[in-house]
Design a protein. Structure first.
Length: 318
């Protein structure tokens, strides 16, 4: 009982800190004057094929090592060492890769590391007269170290707290670096219902030699619900610094083929680009296939007239 009281005190203190951060940033998304002004947009591109197929609603349904991206506190719910890998064919010849590893450490908590890498195809470099000077590539890199701990509040009720520390590098002819932190909380009311809240990319500006840009700070709130054994749904609401508030909703249906083999069907909707791009956009679909501790995932996300993007993922727990 004393342990539960101590855990509750620590949780209240951390929630208070998170609340102060939320209040201190309330002016950042008032209106859309800052649309597109943040740098290192790599930090807002999502992670993993599973959550992407579900509209990027991933903060309240931790299952994989990519929880370190969506809500760092989620890695405290993992019971085994977990690896997440993803490769994405993105727009205009860009490629996006993600890798993460998370490991529980018993009563100490859980730790994880994640890495994001975005690189462009070759882009012709020209001067003011249109004369070619060869080709260049743009690239962004981010690495995250996360720690999370889970506290038992009551029977089947848990609260997890998480902290992520990031290093970001952006290279566009010049190279710029920045640091940031993520804070997250996950409240699992019972085995079916969960809630999440977090502040992402709290940090310094990313500074090039001639200019600097804010990082894409974001407030994220989410919920997840297990309607029945085969069906799970999730909702995330985001309040980014440089854009209008947006919402993501997704669902996952699990079909058990045998005791060791499962097929997943996923779909989602994200309002971020709903009014900005003509053609089919904002929706996402995907599938997964799991067998003996491994899971292959695929996600399709269309961007209207700009084209289609595809994400391929591999997850394993051991």
């Amino acid at each position: 009982m004393n342990t539960i009281f101590k855990d509750m005190k620590m949780v209240r203190s951390t929630v208070g800190i998170l609340g102060l951060i939320l209040l201190s940033h309330t002016g950042l998304w008032a209106g859309s004057n800052g649309v597109g002004t943040s740098g290192a947009q790599l930090l807002m591109m999502g992670a993993g094929a599973r959550a992407t197929a579900m509209g990027q609603a991933g903060s309240a349904i931790p299952q994989d090592a990519d929880s370190i991206y969506w809500n760092t506190s989620g890695i405290a719910s993992l019971e085994k060492r977990t690896v997440t890998l993803m490769h994405a064919n993105f727009l205009e010849g860009f490629y996006y890769d993600y890798a993460a590893y998370a490991q529980p450490l018993g009563n100490i908590g859980s730790v994880g590391v994640g890495a994001q890498y975005l690189v462009s195809g070759k882009i012709n470099e020209t001067d003011s007269l249109g004369k070619s000077h060869g080709s260049i590539r743009f690239s962004d890199l981010a690495a995250t170290f996360g720690y999370a701990k889970r506290f038992k509040m009551a029977e089947e009720q848990y609260v997890s707290l998480g902290l992520g520390a990031k290093w970001i590098r952006s290279r566009v002819i010049e190279t710029a670096n920045a640091g940031a932190v993520d804070l997250g909380i996950l409240w699992q009311q019972n085995r079916k219902l969960s809630f999440s809240a977090g502040a992402q990319n709290i940090g310094s500006k990313i500074k090039f030699q001639s200019e600097s840009n804010n990082l894409p700070f974001n407030l994220k709130f989410g919920t997840g619900y297990q309607f029945a054994v085969p069906l799970k749904a999730a909702l995330d609401v985001n309040f980014p610094r440089d854009n209008e508030p947006n919402a993501a909703v997704g669902a996952e249906y699990t079909q058990h083929v045998t005791d060791k083999h499962r097929i997943f069907f996923r779909g989602g909707y994200n309002t971020t680009t709903a009014n900005d791009i003509s053609g089919v956009n904002s929706i996402s679909f995907g599938m997964g296939f799991a067998w003996q501790g491994y899971r292959l995932d695929f996600a399709w996300v269309p961007y209207g007239r700009l084209g289609n993007t595809y994400r391929f993922g591999l997850n394993t727990s051991f």
